[in-house]
Design a protein around this ligand. Structure first.
Ligand code: ZN
Length: 532
């Protein structure tokens, strides 16, 4: 039995005692039956004796008690300020989220980056009035989030501050500036730096620029979170690119949402896993994460080559309107995607005047057998000025399982906190990632339960560098989930994503019983977790 104290000597009663629980420590060790006592924010006792006195007692007969789940790849940087109760995460058992992924963090926001994100969020009702991380962190603390937030620093925030959204490489002076700025920003408490190499402006980063980021991490510590340059046609080269950086600088790597994207690339699964297992030098910590669904979700324009955004969206619109560029890009899409791919693109968010298309497939309103399908698709992007998001069902179910059960894989939502009344139709991963993963792991016997739990607790905690969370043990923070393994169920779907999952019965965050018998108890007690 791990982390167990068999002869407790208690002077004070517990605030909460949980008994009859099947306890899974989060260390990838098998479960044991026992009791747990909480005092204040921390776990005061884990063991087999009945605690003698407690203000609240909870009988967890038939239930599993585990550390609160850690979402190592989230995007709540901005939305947590609008929805600090974080219900969409808490109801799937998440108590800590790593924000700032895919190159984009809530701060710093200066120059072009500030203007872009301020105008994007204005329409959604969030007023961005900060620049420096310390001002952003103050805001975050003031809204009293219900979950803990551990931020990464976005490389794209730095690049767009220095160079705007221009497509050029950084010159020597600009790289020096990127390096010294990143060094300063890391001192404010980020756990690492994220890259978004598939999107502008991250897409414009060359080797020298990635080297600068690697050297910052080498000096300051923390891990590199990498949304790689391409997850389909040049998947292996894109993995190779980031492994080169971590080998040179001897820094830890977390590859974001690993996948083989597009039917023509499904066969690459074994090769990409081989690269990840064998290319990093000895002793370098490499891992990856994945959401348990076969669709990705992002801006609808993701599907066209992102170089078109050199200089910003307006420039891209003008370029796409020219006949040659449109037909060149349409041909590119025809070569790259099959008809089946094209029939599996679902609109998940769209500007107001096209709301009737929400939840529809693109092939519901553009004929898939039309030889000009992709030209018409580009015309549609121009018409809506890129203002749409979509789920692309481009991945393979058996590859998904291979990834999920791999020993280097953690589970992550790749989502931001959302309301259950959200006007868009977000990817179901937003509401159910962790429950769906447990459902697959247990029902299909993909993994033993303690290993499944490890992938969403102790394993990500270790990667991030959280030494006092992710484990059920004395003096660890009382971030705890109790779930019913018989009832654990993802109720959401692409058509109807905004449904609470079943089976998560209790959640504590920093000792506060925030979900009790599946009912939310405010206000929140999440903390901003900073490195240092
Ligand atoms: Zn990403």
């Amino acid at each position: 039995m791990p982390c167990v104290e068999d002869r407790p000597e208690f002077k004070e009663p517990f605030d909460t005692a949980i008994y009859n629980a099947k306890i899974i420590s989060g260390n990838n060790e098998p479960e044991f039956y026992g009791m747990l006592g909480i005092v204040g924010e921390k776990i005061a006792y884990v063991g087999t004796q009945m605690p003698f006195s407690a203000k609240n007692k909870i009988d967890a007969e038939g239930m599993v008690l585990a550390p609160g789940f850690i979402d190592i790849h989230g995007h709540s940087d901005f939305s947590i300020l609008m929805y600090p109760d974080a219900e969409s995460k808490l109801f799937q058992g998440v108590t800590t989220e790593v924000t700032g992924n895919c190159g984009l963090s809530g701060a710093p926001l200066y120059a072009d980056a500030y203007r872009r994100w301020q105008s994007r969020w204005k329409n959604k009702g969030l007023h961005i009035d900060w620049n420096h991380p310390s001002d952003y962190f103050e805001k975050l603390i003031a809204v009293k989030p219900s979950i803990n937030i551990a931020p990464l620093l976005g490389h794209s925030n730095l690049r767009s501050w220095i160079k705007g959204y221009a497509g050029a490489s950084l010159d020597k002076n600009e790289i020096d500036k990127l390096w010294s700025t990143a060094i300063k920003m890391m001192d404010t408490g980020f756990w690492g730096i994220s890259l978004g190499l598939e999107y502008p402006p991250g897409i414009f980063a060359d080797k020298a620029e990635l080297d600068a980021i690697g050297s910052v991490l080498r000096e300051k510590g923390g891990f590199l979170g990498a949304h790689i340059r391409n997850e389909g046609d040049t998947l292996l080269e894109s993995v190779g690119e980031v492994i080169e950086v971590i080998n040179k600088h001897q820094i830890p790597l977390q590859i974001s949402h690993l996948k083989t994207c597009g039917r023509k690339n499904w066969h690459k699964i074994d090769s990409v896993l081989f690269e990840i297992e064998h290319k990093p030098l000895d002793g370098i910590d490499v891992g990856f994460d994945r959401y348990p669904y076969n669709a990705l979700n992002t801006d609808l324009d993701w599907i066209i080559p992102q170089e078109i955004f050199d200089g910003g969206s307006q420039n891209a619109l003008e370029r796409l309107k020219t006949k040659e560029i449109k037909s060149k890009y349409a041909q590119y899409l025809r070569n790259r995607y099959t008809d089946q791919d094209a029939q599996n693109i679902i609109v998940t968010a769209i500007r107001d005047d096209k709301r009737e298309l929400l939840g529809k497939k693109i092939s519901d309103f553009i004929n898939i057998y039309d030889t000009k399908f992709w030209e018409k698709f580009i015309d549609f992007l121009i018409e809506i000025e890129f203002e749409a998001e979509a789920s692309f069902i481009f991945m393979d179910e058996s590859n998904l399982r291979k990834i999920l059960k791999h020993s280097l894989c953690m589970i992550a939502s790749d989502s931001s906190v959302r309301s259950y009344n959200d006007l868009s139709n977000p990817h179901p991963r937003t509401y159910s990632t962790f429950v769906r993963f447990l459902e697959i792991a247990l029902n299909e016997k993909l993994l033993p339960i303690h290993t499944a739990i490890y992938k969403i607790t102790g394993f990500p905690a270790k990667k991030i560098g959280l030494t006092d969370r992710g484990i059920i043990g004395k003096n660890f923070y009382a971030d705890i989930v109790i779930f019913d393994p018989e009832k654990i169920k993802d109720n959401s779907s692409y058509d109807n994503p905004k449904l609470k999952p079943s089976g998560i019965i209790h959640v504590w965050v920093n000792g506060k019983h925030i979900i009790n018998e599946a009912i939310m108890q405010g206000p929140g007690t999440g903390k901003l977790l900073l490195k240092g």
